[in-house]
Structure formats: structure tokens, C-alpha cells
Design a binder for this molecule. Structure first.
Ligand code: MG
Length: 377
């Protein structure tokens, strides 16, 4: 399909979603039959959090994520995207954007996915999480059709799957301690900081465990001097590395900070695509890749490749998601230095089973595609 045909198909597309307001299913399954036996459907699922999740950006007891199903020739590929508040995305907005493109998606040749995802990226401005929901579903479908797990499609060894940390959101010292105890099986913890309570948070964690820590400030410190002061203190607290201490646009200040601390610094909010990475090289030691942020497998793989070529470290992270996205990311994890793939462990109503974790080690399913099983319709 060329660009003109793509837009003509788009013009004939459908749109519209009705909010049901139910706890788990907040938007109806929408389904349009495409040519032949192809169908593409979207659904917003409400994922209930085990603990209220707080970062510098938001606090909530649930998260809504956008789920997709691409069905052709009797095979269904599953996808998911978690809209990122930082980029003004949400599940219903992503669903609406995909519904408008349903006829485009059902008309596509999934085997030409690289070109198609690039075209879809142009048609979904600002909706990379929704793009990820399509990209993941197509790769799941392709690998099911080929009869191989996704890690094998990328030429990876499941024995090299990463060890994930467990994340501890910002909370009171007592609940922080409880969360640390609940994460007993994990060899590393990732602690969210970036507020005035940082020292109390780290003190609470350290009162329970001596495990190596990773911290994520989520752009929470507003001056380079504050960032250096806090990082120097964290260096005395057994912290391995930090994500995004300063706001994403402060690249000059990031270079200033990096020259005054020893701890490796990762860019998360400052890194959206592979094209961003060269300019981050002086201010950061590594980048954080997320399928929701990159728009799926293809761009995530590209970011990992570019970062490695520039001698930078790679960390595969996630949003709060079901086992769909987390399993998808886990299939790429043999490629990266570090993993923060615990978003499915933070929820209590996961609609899928897929990747499992043993003492932090990601255990990849060895069945075709993502290797998911649907536990809830
Ligand atoms: Mg981060």
C-alpha cells in the first residue's frame, strides 16, 4: 500500500468509542472486519494496582491500558500500549486514534511490518503507546505464524534474558518498608525519588535491606546543584545508577552534573527515539528503552542498537502494564544491560500470563509469538 492508498483507506475508516464505566472493562470491544478474514479490535482495560503508585508525575490506584487483537487466518496477535501521562497520552485517546485507522490496519500485509509501522507512526502523531499496541500485536501474529517465540525471531538466547529489579513507588516510610519486604526475592530494587521526602525514602529502604539500589528521579530535581548534591549522597547509599535526575530539556546541565558525579546516569524522559541518542551521549551513560515510549519492538530494537554503537548502556523499562507488554519487552531483554520489567507484578488483575520471574530472572515463554495465555476474557 502506498501513501496515497493509505490515506484513502484511512478516510474510509471508522471511529468512536463509548465509555462503559465498569471497573475492568472501561471501553467496549470494537471490532471491524477487514478484507478476507482479518479483524482488528481494541479494548481499554483497567488494571488495579496492588499499592497506590506514586512518582513525581502522578499517583493512582489503577491504570488503564489499551489492548489490541489482530486476527488473520485464524491466528490472533495480542498487543498493548500504556499511554504515558508525561506525553499527554491516555488509553481512550489511543483507542480513538486506532479506531480511526482500523481499515488501514486490517488492510495491511503484516509481513511488511517495518514499513507499515513507520507509516503508522506518521499517522499517529503523539500516540507512540497506541503504535506499540499495534506493533506488538503484529509481531505476535507473525511469530505465531512462523511457529517461533519472539526472542528467536530476533536471534536471541532465552538463557540471556535479563534480571529485573522490583520497583518501589514513593510512599510513607512504613509502606515503603512493607514494599521492600514484599520484594524479598529480587536481587535489585528500583526506588522512585525526586521529592522532598527522598532521604526519608532511602532511609526506610536501607532500614530493611542492603541490596543494591537503582533510583529514578523522573525529572524531579530542578537545578543542577540539587542534582549533584543528591547524587553525591546517593553514592554513599549503595545506589548503582540513577535515571533522569533533571528535566529532559536540561541537556547542558546534564553534562555539568555528569562531570561532577561518579554514578552512571540514564536518560529516560530525554530519550524518545534513536535519533535522540547521539545528543545524549555527553550528558548520560545510558538510555532507558520502553516499548510504550518507542512505539513497539522495531524502534526499541533500533534504540538498543544505536546506544550500543555509541558505547552507551541500555536499560529496558516499562510502564504499569499487563503481562502482554511486559512479556513483549522481556523477549528483547537478552539484548540489554539492565531490566526494569515489573509493571505486571504491580497489578492484581492481570488478564494474561506470559513471562515469569524467578529470583528476578526473567523466564521467557518458549511457545510461538509472545507466548501469552489469556486468563480473563
Ligand atoms: Mg524512568
Amino acid at each position: 500500500m502506498n501513501r496515497r492508498e493509505l490515506f484513502q483507506t484511512l478516510a474510509a475508516g471508522t471511529a468512536g468509542a463509548t465509555l462503559l464505566g465498569r471497573d475492568v472493562l472501561v471501553a467496549p470491544l470494537s471490532k471491524t472486519k477487514g478484507p478476507g478474514t482479518t479483524s482488528f479490535s481494541t479494548q481499554v482495560r483497567r488494571l488495579q494496582l496492588r499499592h497506590t503508585w506514586t512518582t513525581t508525575m502522578s499517583s493512582s490506584s489503577y491504570r488503564d491500558t489499551l489492548h489490541t487483537q489482530f486476527t488473520r487466518e485464524g491466528i490472533t496477535g495480542y498487543g498493548e500500549g500504556a499511554g504515558i501521562v508525561r506525553y499527554q497520552q491516555n488509553a481512550l485517546g489511543g483507542q480513538k486514534a486506532l479506531e480511526a485507522l482500523q481499515s488501514v490496519i486490517t488492510a495491511t500485509d503484516p509481513w511488511g511490518f517495518e514499513k507499515f509501522i513507520a507509516e503508522l507512526d506518521h499517522l499517529l502523531p503523539g500516540q507512540r503507546a497506541a503504535l506499540a499496541a499495534v506493533d506488538i500485536a503484529l509481531l505476535d501474529w507473525i511469530c505465531k505464524k512462523l511457529g517461533v517465540p519472539i526472542y528467536r525471531f530476533f536471534g536471541l538466547d532465552p538463557a540471556d534474558a535479563a534480571i529485573t529489579n522490583m520497583s518501589i513507588g514513593i510512599d510513607t516510610p512504613e509502606i515503603t518498608k512493607q514494599k521492600v519486604r514484599e520484594a524479598e526475592d529480587f536481587p535489585f530494587l528500583k526506588v522512585k525519588v525526586g521529592l522532598a521526602s527522598d532521604e526519608a525514602t532511602i532511609d526506610a529502604v536501607r532500614s530493611v535491606t542492603k541490596k543494591p539500589l537503582r533510583v529514578d528521579a523522573n525529572e524531579g530535581w530542578t537545578s543542577k546543584e540539587e542534582a549533584v548534591r543528591k547524587i553525591n549522597w546517593l553514592e554513599s547509599q549503595g545506589v548503582q545508577f540513577i535515571e533522569q535526575p533533571l528535566p529532559a530539556h536540561m541537556l547542558e546541565e546534564a553534562r555539568w552534573v555528569r562531570s561532577r558525579v561518579h554514578m552512571p546516569i540514564f536518560a529516560d524522559e530525554a530519550c524518545h527515539s534513536a535519533a535522540d541518542i547521539p545528543k545524549l551521549r555527553d550528558g548520560f551513560d545510558g538510555i532507558v528503552i520502553k516499548l510504550d515510549k518507542s512505539g513497539g519492538f522495531i524502534e526499541a530494537h533500533r534504540q538498543i542498537t544505536v546506544a550500543k554503537a555509541l558505547g552507551m548502556k541500555t536499560l529496558l523499562g516499562c510502564m504499569v502494564s499487563s503481562s502482554c507488554t511486559i512479556t513483549a519487552a522481556a523477549h528483547l531483554s537478552p539484548l540489554v544491560d539492565y531490566a526494569d520489567l515489573d509493571g505486571n507484578l504491580l497489578i492484581s488483575n492481570d488478564p494474561f500470563t506470559g513471562v515469569t520471574v524467578h529470583k528476578g530472572k526473567l523466564i521467557l515463554p518458549n511457545t510461538p509469538g509472545l507466548g501469552l495465555h489469556l486468563t480473563k476474557a
